[in-house]
Design a protein around this ligand. Structure first.
Ligand SMILES: [Ca+2]
Ligand SMILES: [Ca+2]
Length: 722
């Protein structure tokens, strides 16, 4: 990482990076940076299956001819390929090992979002029970309840239809369809979470489009209209007897809601929605929902508090491949809960059991896409562990942690598609027709009038079929039963310990307490794709006293074994940064003390830091151009070097980013350049050495020039002597 440092590695502990195999376990930073390619500094995953998720080659065929929608496809051949793993074993037969969660409340919301369900059924999808029998719609909801699910989440769009009544897709989720699904859920004894998007189609961190009928309204008109719409919709649910237990006013509303973008206007709309919920369902929770627990949730919660928004639950999405560690999830939610007296929950999560695509429309998680996290295996067991561990992370908040919802576990292929089969093109044609006619895909071509840039370009099928809790042919996976298993745990036969996975490396500054950064557990691997958090005792590291890169061994204990010899060894990479000669190199004072900031863009903030709590964040609506400068008087003669960590995006082709050390006394300077390439894609520009004598004046200058809208973070800006 800090390339210049290797020259000073202690001989005893010296290692070459190439000799240390860390590839088995990619770290969090790399998995998050997968996401950077998709653009903004907010969490950029469009789980509604946007551009990157969708196979445009298949989705842009002419599929407007509805007459093909009733082609009957023989799934037999495709099923043989797509419903078994590489060993030829059926996914549906895979039992799951589940660690019991002690003390989990019976009331804990163990939910699933089944918003696409009706469109699936209308398209001819048939779900099965664990014995392989076909089940009807009520049977499907009963199966969820029997598996331990006690809550169902349903999204609601205002008017997801074009002027001719053609659905936009994604389940065509209007209020009437929410009522139908809500009735099944209520009949099955489950409660319902209504997820208003306040849009005619997908609302997420990237888009919060105004409903067509609300275009051109002033904010006060929107408040009234949103209140009326919410009240009317909820009254319909109430009249139908749907057991609504929670209502979210907006979906992943990080960047706005219903076409408004300012916090003050957004809060007015939250309040209008909340007022309607209180009137119709006084016992229901009111939730707000944001997308990424790595964001500044404390500032958001403060803003909501300052504005006086009346809500009960601060909800977040948490996708393990995008949204950081479970520890951070728990800590962030606990902070909000403790400080503002709110309940907290995870409104969306999921995990893949295969990297295959089942319907001919590309998936969000696939080969080379969001698949490099090693916390969990891509397997039915991996899904189970995500469900169990996310529930536990929320429950670990305490009484305020009230629930977890799995996103779209039933969004499976209409017909199982495999490009290797003879009927592949017919299958894709039939699927495409169902996406068009019944809304079983993420978007139909009809959505282009409303959402031309995303749906209009990339309309197609399910980007989520491999993250479902049913296989491609409709058989339930045992991962679904995790919702019930968490109370008592579930054993599987013949599970054996295979060893510990190499953990992510850590970075500390010289003089910092390494124990604060060393993980207390590492992942242990067992047969059956099982990965458990196992306690680790690290060897003595008191001899790490200089900067450089080190490896440290630890002893891992297999918690499932009673044998005496139940341990194995593991290695962690430790990068010790030099002691910086600059003041506030890591920005951990929480302000710009020590630095002279000049120009447009930078401020010290908590968002997207490299290390610690703070970094030097930058963003501007207009062109970004600034310098951050600090001067140091050399105490010793020697070779000096400067480096920094930087990430960001949208800086344009003409961006210039440099870090320079100038010896003002001698009139010499050295510069290192870099570019920002995406969210959390950190680079580490490091200058060549520059000579200085004692008493020379050295100036370190960070210079950033980027297009309007450029954003990013600088952290750990160092000057050191070799
Ligand atoms: Ca797919
Ligand atoms: Ca920092």
């Amino acid at each position: 990482m800090v390339k210049k440092l290797t020259s000073k590695i202690s001989f005893l502990l010296a290692i070459s990076l190439s000799a240390l195999s860390l590839s088995a376990c990619s770290n969090n930073n790399s998995s998050q940076s997968e996401n950077g390619a998709s653009a903004s500094s907010a969490s950029t995953e469009s789980i509604s299956a946007s551009s990157a998720d969708t196979d445009s080659s298949s989705s842009n065929e002419d599929i407007s001819d509805n007459t093909t929608s009733d082609i009957v496809i023989d799934d037999t051949e495709a099923i043989g390929i797509k419903t078994v793993d590489s060993n030829g074993d059926y996914y549906k037969d895979k039992q799951v090992y589940v660690q019991k969660i002690d003390g989990l409340s019976e009331d804990f919301m163990r939910g699933v979002d089944i918003s696409s369900f009706l469109s699936e059924i209308e398209s001819g999808v048939v779900f099965k029970d664990y014995e392989g029998n076909d089940i009807d719609s009520q049977g499907f909801f009963d199966l969820l309840a029997d598996s331990g699910v006690n809550y169902v989440r349903i999204r609601v769009w205002n008017d997801p239809y074009d002027e001719n009544g053609n659905g936009y897709g994604g389940g065509n989720c209007d209020i009437d369809r929410a009522i139908s699904m809500g009735e099944y859920a209520t009949n099955a004894g489950m409660k319902v979470y209504i997820d208003f998007h306040y849009s005619d189609f997908w609302a997420d961190p990237n888009k919060q489009m105004c409903p067509k009928a609300w275009e051109g309204m002033s904010i006060s008109e929107k408040e009234t209209t949103l209140y009326d719409y919410t009240k009317e919709s909820l009254e319909k649910l109430k009249d139908a007897g749907v057991d609504v237990g929670l209502v979210a006013v907006g979906n992943e509303t990080d960047s706005g809601m219903a076409g408004v973008t300012s916090n003050s206007e957004k809060c007015k709309l939250y309040s209008a929605g909340s007022k309607a919920v209180r009137e119709v369902f006084p016992d229901a929770y009111v939730a707000v929902h944001y997308s990424n627990p790595q964001r500044d949730y404390m500032e958001i919660a403060k803003m909501l508090d300052d504005t006086g928004v009346d809500y009960d639950v601060f909800a977040t999405s948490y996708y393990p491949y995008w949204h950081g560690t479970l520890e951070n999830l728990t800590d962030t939610l606990k902070n909000v809960a403790d400080t503002y007296g709110k309940k907290v929950m995870v409104a969306e999560t999921s995990w893949a059991y295969t990297l295959d695509d089942g319907d001919g429309s590309g998936n969000t998680v696939g080969k080379g896409s969001n698949d490099d996290s090693s916390e969990y295996s891509i397997s039915v067991q991996g899904q189970s562990e995500v469900i169990r561990n996310v529930i536990k992370a929320v429950a670990d908040v305490g009484d305020a942690g009230i629930g977890m919802f799995y996103w779209e576990p039933a969004w499976i292929p209409v017909n199982v598609y495999a490009d290797t089969t003879d009927n592949a093109s017919d299958t894709l044609k039939a699927n495409s027709a169902a996406w068009e006619k019944y809304g079983a895909g993420w978007a139909s071509s009809y959505a282009s009038v409303y959402d031309p840039d995303d749906a209009g370009q990339y309309y197609g099928g399910s980007s989520w079929d491999n993250q479902a809790l049913f296989d491609f042919a409709g058989y339930p996976l045992y991962s679904l039963k995790t919702f019930g298993y968490v109370y008592e745990g579930n054993e599987v036969e013949g599970m054996e310990f295979e060893g510990a996975l190499t953990p992510s490396g850590i970075t500390v500054s010289l003089g910092e307490d390494i124990s604060l950064y060393l993980p207390k557990t590492v992942k242990g691997e067992y047969t059956g794709d099982v990965r458990l958090d196992l306690p680790v005792e690290w060897d003595d590291y008191s001899n790490i006293k200089e900067f450089g890169e080190y490896k440290l061994f630890g002893t891992v204990t297999d918690i499932l074994s009673d044998e005496e010899d139940n341990t194995s060894r593991v290695i962690i990479k430790i990068t010790v940064l030099p002691e910086s000669l600059l003041e506030n190199s890591d920005f951990e004072t929480g302000d710009d003390s020590g630095w002279l900031l000049e120009g447009n863009g930078p401020w010290v903030d908590t968002e997207d830091v490299y290390r610690g709590e703070y970094g030097l964040h930058f963003w501007s609506q207009t062109a970004v151009e600034f310098t951050a400068t600090q001067t140091y008087t050399a105490i010793h003669s020697g070779n000096y070097t400067a480096s920094m960590m930087i990430q960001g995006g949208d800086a344009g082709d003409d961006q210039v980013i440099t870090i320079t050390v100038t010896n003002e006394t001698k009139g010499t300077s050295v510069t290192a350049e870099t570019k920002v390439t995406g969210w959390l894609e950190w680079t580490n520009p490091t200058t060549d050495v520059i000579e200085a004598d004692a008493g020379d004046i050295l100036t370190v200058t960070i210079y950033v020039k980027g297009a309007s809208g450029a954003w990013g973070t600088i952290d750990d800006a160092y000057l050191y002597i070799e």
